[in-house]
Design a protein around this ligand. Structure first.
Ligand SMILES: Nc1ncnc2c1ncn2[C@@H]1O[C@H](COP(=O)(O)OP(=O)(O)OP(=O)(O)O)[C@@H](O)[C@H]1O
Ligand SMILES: [Mg+2]
Length: 425
């Protein structure tokens, strides 16, 4: 019986396995440019309409970026726990459920991990956010059941779950020298999750950690929300957001087209043929129809993910520099269009949501009746913890705590395989 820990992430996925009795992260994909093996597989699929092949990860993004005829899907985890969960999406003549689509992706993860572990994998600890849905426990439960059903369908016989921030805590615990009270902050692509836990070298061997675990909490805000907010603040106005009708100068055109285009897991809705027809009608009645032309061009060229990718890349650049350029010329037949974005614009467009994340951090401590000053270590993981505004908030909320920056993308997967060893080893 071979075991693994699988972190199916909104943006990136990882799989930890035992290889020669040692917990290791699976090298999942060769980077197309550097040629180095990466332990992350971007959570993306590309359905190639010409060959009927399905591509995964960076390879999926590459096929899409090269303009091949097909359909890219990303951020599928955001659909789990949402009310889109029972919808399907049409790929050529077939309507696939999201359960099937996530199944294709997870099966590809499993196959890659089995090749590395050199044996079939039968037992899995799957990571899950503390809440798939912040408000509806029944949707949260359904999301976990769906993920478990997918895992069984692809051949796992033992399936169990661990909260992602607890898994990250176990990864960090490997480096502890003495007992400490740690707050784990995992801000990923879809959710931000927190665990307040006592960690120590001795406790690593314990099977029951309920006395060490002081609080768990999470909120459905992550990097894909920051992409959407940055896009709505800077790029979408250039595509017609907030534009008014010619005969009603106080009335803006509907926002939902722009929200969908700026939201990774909603982009495919815009490719339904009726949307372009609606926009052609709208175009006749607005003050600056050429701005809407860019939106229509994005839909005709199926450039939604390209645009979202440009915005995400700018956000990441702004973690290290003051200005970034978002290239929009691919939407314009007439002019070279570039949208300049500053770090200040990023900070202000995401400030409210980042503040909500930190209110949830405060609630985590409140649940346990622990003061900020009592927390000895803040361990951070997840791509969005690289944001300077997030780092500043951590430093100002916890000035006395030691800050340990974990591996941004592998910490949860490493902790999940440790947990799988404890449960199934
Ligand atoms: N340097 C950076 N600055 C800001 N954001 C970043 C940086 N690097 C990555 N990100 C963002 O981090 C997110 C991905 O992080 P991660 O891979 O931890 O998420 P995930 O595990 O897939 O998501 P989740 O755990 O929420 O399901 C993306 O939104 C990405 O844009
Ligand atoms: Mg994650």
């Amino acid at each position: 019986m071979a075991l693994c820990g699988l972190d199916f992430g909104t943006s990136n996925s990882t799989v930890g396995v035992l290889r020669h009795q040692q917990a290791q992260m699976t090298p999942l994909e060769k980077h197309p440019i550097s040629g180095a093996w990466e332990t992350t597989l971007p959570s993306a699929l590309f359905f190639d309409f010409e060959t009927d092949d399905i591509h995964f990860g960076r390879d999926a993004i590459r096929h899409y970026s090269q303009g091949e005829f097909g359909r890219l899907m990303r951020s599928m985890k955001s659909i789990l726990g949402s009310n889109q969960m029972n919808e399907g999406t049409q790929i050529k003549a077939t309507v696939y459920s999201f359960q099937q689509i996530i199944g294709f992706f997870m099966n590809s993860l499993k196959t890659r991990a089995e090749a590395f572990a050199e044996e079939p994998l039968t037992s899995v600890v799957l990571g899950r956010p503390v809440h798939f849905n912040d408000h509806h426990p029944e949707l949260d439960q359904a999301a976990e059941e769906t993920l478990a059903a997918i895992a069984r369908n692809i051949g796992f016989t033992d399936v169990s779950f661990q909260f992602e921030p607890i898994a990250a805590a176990y990864d960090y615990e490997q480096q502890t020298q003495s007992e400490e009270l740690a707050l784990i902050i995992d801000m990923g692509g879809g959710t931000s999750d927190f665990t307040l836990i006592k960690l120590s070298p001795e406790a690593r061997k314990k099977s029951d950690r309920s006395n060490d675990l002081l609080a768990n909490h999470g909120i459905h805000i992550g990097g894909t929300d920051f992409d959407r907010l940055l896009s709505m603040a800077t790029v979408m106005p250039q595509l017609g957001l907030n534009m008014v009708y010619r005969d009603k100068p106080n009335l803006a055109i509907p926002r939902h087209y722009f929200v969908d285009l700026a939201t990774w897991h909603r982009i495919h809705h815009l490719y339904e043929p009726k949307v372009l027809r609606e926009l052609s009608d709208l175009r006749r009645n607005v003050v600056e129809p050429e701005r809407l032309d860019r939106l229509m061009q994005a839909l005709r060229q199926k450039d939604g993910h390209r645009l979202a990718g440009e915005v995400e890349a700018a956000k990441i650049q702004l973690s290290e520099q003051d200005q970034a350029q978002i290239e929009l010329s691919f939407l314009d037949e007439l002019e070279e269009t570039v949208c300049s974005v500053s770090q200040a614009e990023l900070v202000s467009s995401i400030a409210t949501e980042v503040e909500r994340v930190f209110t949830a951090v405060d609630e985590t401590l409140l649940q346990a009746g622990v003061n900020h000053t009592e927390v000895q270590t803040i361990f951070t993981t997840g791509g969005s913890t690289a944001l300077p505004s997030v780092r500043q908030l951590i430093a100002s909320r916890f000035p006395a705590a030691r800050q340990v920056r974990g591996d941004l993308f592998n910490s949860v997967g490493k902790g999940l395989v440790l947990e799988a060893q404890r449960r199934y080893g």
